[in-house]
Design a protein around this ligand. Sequence first.
Ligand code: C2E
Ligand code: CA
Ligand code: CA
Length: 631
Amino acid sequence: MESISLQLTALFLVTIILVMFVKKTKMVFDTDRVFFCLLISVLVSILLDISVSNFVELGTAGNSGLFSKLYLWSLLGLTYIVSLYTVKIVERKVQFNDSWLYFVMAIPALVIGLIGLLTNAKIVPIGLGFFSGWYVNMIVVCLFVYCFVCLFFISRYREKITQGYYASGIVFYLLLCISLSIQLVLKEYAILSIGVAISILYMYMEMENPDDYLDHASGALNDYAFSEWGRDALRRREGVRLIIISLPDVGYIKNRLGNKVFEQYIRTVFLSMKELRVGKIFRLDSGEFVLASKSSETEEYIHKKLVMVFQELHTEFTSMSSDVIRYGSVQSFGDYENMQSFADDLWFFLQYLREQSTEELLVLNDEIVRQRTNEDYIVASLQDAIVNKRVMVYYQPIYSVKEQRFTTTEALIRIKDLEGNFMNPEIFIPIAERRGLILTLGDIVFHNVCRFVQEQKLMEKGFHYVEVNLSTVQCMQDNLSAQLVSIMNQYEIEPGFINLEITETAAVQSDKVLLENMEKMRELGVTFSLDDYGSGYSNLDYVINMPFRLVKIDKTLVWDSVKKKKSKILLETSISMFSKMNLQIVAEGVETAEQATYLEDLGVDYLQGYYFSKPVCEADFLAVLRKNGIV
Ligand code: C2E
Ligand code: CA
Ligand code: CA
């Protein structure tokens, strides 16, 4: 093949790569910018190659060879940029923090360039493809040295970079060395440009593939891109601000409307955000986006725009949901030491946002960071309690109106923090759920209850059953019933002696898995209570479809019924409705004699509250039973 065809092919190839790169890549990383410079330098070098070997100085041996020198310098330049790219790729994984390294690396190329400028180095063209002369040899040696040093460099950090990066780095430099060597042997053919172009194509496909950083469902950058970008931004100490958008009810849309509609929704969200043109957009979790902005617009301004955009979208896609979109802002991003310490706060902030029900822009401030630290303390206390067997169970006796005595009890978890103070279950249970400790705690509680029932022979003493709380997370486990049944067997507990309390939230979130588990246990004799009735929204579907035997009216509804007329109506109507459904009713939070009489008159079957007894430790609970003639 004619040399010019090879060179033109190379030109064509690199131009295509450049167009694809510019079109697809979002210039998120330092390496993107360096790769862009690399493509430009390769293009310049190919153009010089074409002009030198075909038009400008063809065969004019002995001239000053300015264009030939320019061509050789462009080779030096591009080799330097390639090595810079290599260092930057490794740097994403290994912190060097030595910007002087970039300059040291440039020294050989600069020195050789200078020598060419200052001396009257002769460049003699050989055939169409290459040159000879001592200066040319010097450059060739320098190119090889760059390649070998880079090969050594990536091998040195082999463990740190990904397998793909390592392999493609090796192949790239080998391709470069081979085409350089062939060029030196086959001086007649201008093979070098096509060799470089192919190496670059390979590198583009392996390392700069923008797909690795894309979230395909939405079109935004993915969470991997976010962590890599964040690392880069923190190292450069860039003043970026982050705005977090947390969509409502993602699970709902996904479950009810199907994955296709969900992806359409996510994509529309992304496109609408993109139209604002205020920064890079990342999608972290299924419903969480981060907008990284360097623009001069304030967060408040961007927030207002987002609210406007989403108001339309929201009605289109999630008209059935009453939930809101939450917005958070992180202004202090630049102050973080590294991505790890930021990730901890960000993660907590996301949880925090999900629990809010406002469209206001919430700022990640010291108070929230303090809460996170506090949460870490609670987690440490929980872990310590688990390891050192400090998890306790207290029992609150429950009064049967019919039998006029305590016939059942609710088991309630109790844990002291590291300083020995009791922690509030309403605070630590949700934390244990978030931080993956609830299954262990649930297990410990259930073991504890079964052991206590067996030790005290509660089943043989006219006591009806013990109520044990199940967390939402427990209810989502496929093997829930197998697990509980095996513990009951271990302590020889009659399944009928266990009543499991399931909250509405749990019933809503895991209907199918939970229902199957409930059926299995119900067949064995376990009974179920719907817990916390009246504390939130009530979807009575679950009362109908799930095999509950009891409904526990939450203490808030009991208390509100004294103060608010509507609550009183709700309470009274609910009681009469549940009675008609043959469900037994437990009222929680009974604190006064008046409340007790009032609820009794309404037809409540069981009363639970401080008026009768607070939750107490095993020994005190036994004392209460003894006083009542039960044990
Ligand atoms: P819950 O299931 O609604 O439990 C009843 C709560 O009301 C208990 O709070 C109990 O001490 C309290 N209470 C009962 N009567 C009265 C009263 O007359 N006045 C007042 N002010 N409070 C009363 P506790 O023990 O702090 O537990 C809070 C919540 O933590 C429980 O609410 C339950 O959701 C959860 N929890 C407790 N133990 C466990 C457990 O072992 N597993 C799971 N998953 N959750 C648990
Ligand atoms: Ca309960
Ligand atoms: Ca309750």
